[in-house]
Design a protein around this ligand. Structure first.
Ligand code: GLC
Length: 421
């Protein structure tokens, strides 16, 4: 008995010591999400930063989905934990993160960034709380080789042209590829669906906020939602899993795997499509998204911004990491290797960047007209309501006009609740 007690004591002591030894050394923690290939590049940046500065950094790999990334950050922030010290934020979280007091302000001037973007999302209550790492806008990707083969002179300017081209090519390709689709886009119940809906609505002349009030139940918005639902159920040129599964990566993989003619995605998909191992490399083109007759093409403004946690225990090192990530050299490399649209303006003037990414020039105009999502501290609550109703319409459970009516009523209730505070 006595001997076993001694053994147990020794074992406990051993475990305790091992536990002490395994304590991670003091290091900065940086939370980043994205496609696996993007995260590999981030790991490389972080390693280089550590070599240059002697500051150890642990990179927390987050998923691609914006909703999941936000959840992953809310837990440590709501409990005032020091880690992660630095993180990337979706443009639509900034109002909430700032209003919650979770971000450490920057004091330096930020002349090298787009002033419109800084004013719209990074400055709150006169303080600069984040800096743009990349600026996103929705784009249409198309298979140039297939348009040529079927005798189309160029990508579609209107949604009706997109449907017509998609139908022809889909019918033709199906004889050899039964799983081929005309158009893939993000329709799952998450933030990406809001982005897809907003730009189609804007391309019909619609908007969701007018004079500070939500106005979902409008003819142009109904037209947009009915159109998107029809792509899945009536034409059909978009797959049935559009409303259950299609997020950025699922859509990118379908197009990159040669299973679609058109794709709606963000600029990051370009570098992946053009990678040497990609079956669609050299066959892909980029165009502004189509519009309805008499209206203009629209793109939702997205992007990821870097910020420092108010609870960091190493603010100086965190600032150094932010300076590194937003430096000209790193931003240029992100553009060249990841196809991202940098947050810094000066990278767009770099001759090498312009030569290797000629579409950046074309994109500059897209950013000027990009449609921003409402900048509200309770945006997530509004977005969740809207995601649910838009998705129910896409699934065919509720007629589009009914879905928008219900969304309007619920969003008014959410807005009233928050305005009282
Ligand atoms: C992209 C955009 C982001 C948007 C998200 C939706 O990551 O940059 O702003 O919210 O897609 O899926």
């Amino acid at each position: 008995m006595k001997r076993s007690a001694v053994w147990i004591l020794a074992l406990c002591l051993g475990l305790l010591l091992a536990g002490c030894r395994q304590q991670p050394e003091a290091r900065l923690t940086f939370a980043v999400g994205g496609a696996p290939a993007e995260l590999d590049v981030w790991e490389e940046f972080v390693r280089r930063f550590s070599v240059q500065t002697g500051i150890a950094v642990e990179m927390l790999r987050q998923p691609t989905d914006s909703n999941q990334r936000r959840q992953g950050l809310l837990i440590p922030l709501k409990s005032s934990q020091a880690d992660p010290d630095v993180f990337l934020m979706d443009v639509v979280w900034l109002a909430q993160f700032s209003a919650s007091g979770w971000l450490l302000p920057f004091d330096e001037a930020a002349a090298e960034f787009f002033p419109r973007v800084l004013d719209l999302v990074d400055r709150h209550g006169g303080e600069l709380v984040a800096l743009p790492v990349n600026v996103d806008a929705g784009l249409l990707y198309y298979r140039q080789d297939l348009l040529d083969r079927y005798g189309f002179v160029g990508p579609p300017a209107t949604w009706a042209e997109l449907v017509a081209q998609a139908r022809t090519v889909q019918t033709g390709e199906r004889s050899e590829h039964p799983g081929f689709w005309g158009y893939v886009w993000q329709g799952a119940e998450y933030e990406g669906l809001i982005c897809n809906f907003l730009e189609v609505a804007a391309s019909a002349g619609g908007e969701i906020v007018e004079d500070g009030n939500f106005v979902l139940d409008r003819p142009a918005n109904r037209q947009a939602l009915a159109f998107l639902t029809g792509l899945i159920h009536d034409e059909p040129i978009s797959p049935p899993n559009t409303f259950t599964q299609m997020k950025e990566e699922e859509v990118r993989e379908a197009f990159q795997g040669g299973r679609a003619l058109f794709e709606r995605n963000w600029p990051y998909a370009w570098a992946q499509h053009q990678a040497p191992s990609s079956p669609v490399a050299g066959k892909t083109g980029i165009a502004p998204l189509p519009h309805f007759p008499g209206e203009e093409s629209a793109a939702t403004l997205g992007g990821w911004h870097i910020g420092i946690s108010r609870y960091t225990d190493r603010p100086e090192q965190a600032r150094e990491l932010v300076r590194y990530v937003t430096s000209f050299a790193v931003q240029k490399e992100m553009a060249l290797r990841l196809g991202w649209n940098p947050g810094r303006r000066d990278v767009y003037r770099d001759p090498q960047v312009l030569a290797e990414l000629p579409y950046l020039e074309q994109l500059r105009g897209i950013f000027d007209h990009a449609v921003a999502r409402p900048v509200l501290p309770y945006y997530t609550q509004v977005s969740q309501v809207l995601q649910r109703h838009l998705n129910a319409a896409l699934a065919g459970w509720v007629p589009p006009e009914e879905a928008l009516r219900q969304a309007q009523a619920e969003i008014e209730a959410v807005t009233a609740r928050y305005r009282l505070h």
